[in-house]
Write a protein that binds this ligand. Structure first.
Ligand SMILES: [Zn+2]
Length: 280
């Protein structure tokens, strides 16, 4: 699996098996911190081997949000304290159980997987000081209500989870929340953003990358809202593909176009309902 060093002590792994989902390892002299545990156990094992080399322990595993591709392999870290938004614990004790069973039908290596929910949870900001580093867990809802970013202060690196993706995705969350989260990210001193999926965003690209995502949300909302007002069907609203918004159909192995289509369907339904019920 490709591994990139993005800071003095920070390394990111990019999945080849599922949608370039990322897992981040922060090495400290008091053990490692891992952010997100991946979907495929064989890949997660590779990350764990790196995080535990030289008799190091994984002190903390942090989950950025409660979607299966970020939490499925938590069980491979039985001795780590797992930290996340309280919503992640709820999801893992509820709906994600059947998601895991379903995923195991098409991914045989997941058959031995067990849910390991976080044991340290919060719905607000958490500051974790560990091995000389300050890790600030910042709520970043919008892609999902339980989003948390991990800001490594000393390195000016944000592990953003799916709050930052090549195409913003808000159908399991809320576009207004996502706008606020992206605006919050803009206020941080940043050298690097590690996205939940896809390439690392480097210094010099950070501001433009956030602005692009904010612009995308604004434009897709306006486009679908105006379309619904003019009687456009979902198919018509889908006519403008991700490239019409300055994105690439090829990003994340074609998944970005899919994310965009999800957004359009979500918004089309939202504005149709709003038109039927103007009070809402
Ligand atoms: Zn994801």
């Amino acid at each position: 699996m490709p591994k990139e060093r993005v800071g003095e002590q920070v390394f990111v792994f990019l999945s080849e098996a599922y949608a370039q989902v990322t897992s981040t390892v922060i090495l400290t002299n008091r053990g490692s911190v891992v952010v997100d545990s991946l979907l495929y156990p064989s890949e997660a094992e590779e990350v764990r081997a790196f995080a535990t080399r030289g008799s190091r322990q994984v002190a903390y595993l942090i989950n950025t949000h409660g979607h299966l591709d970020h939490v499925a392999c938590n069980y491979l870290y039985p001795d780590a304290a797992i930290v996340a938004h309280s919503g992640v614990r709820d999801a893992m004790r509820g709906v994600l159980r059947s998601d895991l069973g379903q995923a195991a039908e098409s991914i045989p290596e997941l058959r031995g997987a067990k849910m390991r929910p976080p044991n340290i949870t919060s719905s607000g900001e958490v500051v974790l000081r560990h091995g000389g580093l300050t890790l600030r867990l910042i709520p970043l809802p919008g892609h999902s209500p339980d989003g948390m970013g991990v800001y490594v202060e000393e390195e000016r690196i944000l592990v953003a989870g799916d709050a930052v993706l090549p195409v913003p995705h808000f159908v399991a969350g809320d576009p207004d929340d996502l706008v606020r989260s992206l605006q919050r990210i803009r206020t941080l001193a940043l050298n690097t953003i590690i996205q939940g999926h896809g390439d690392v965003i480097l210094k010099g690209e950070v501001k433009d990358a956030i602005d692009y995502r904010l612009r995308y949300i604004k434009q897709v909302r306006r486009h679908v809202r105006d379309g619904v007002a003019a009687g456009a069907t979902v198919r018509e609203a889908l006519h403008a593909d991700i490239e019409a918004y300055g994105g690439s159909r090829l990003d994340l192995d074609g998944l970005t176009q899919q994310l965009h289509e999800d957004n359009v369907r979500y918004l089309h339904q939202y504005y149709e309902r709003a038109a039927l019920d103007p009070v809402a």
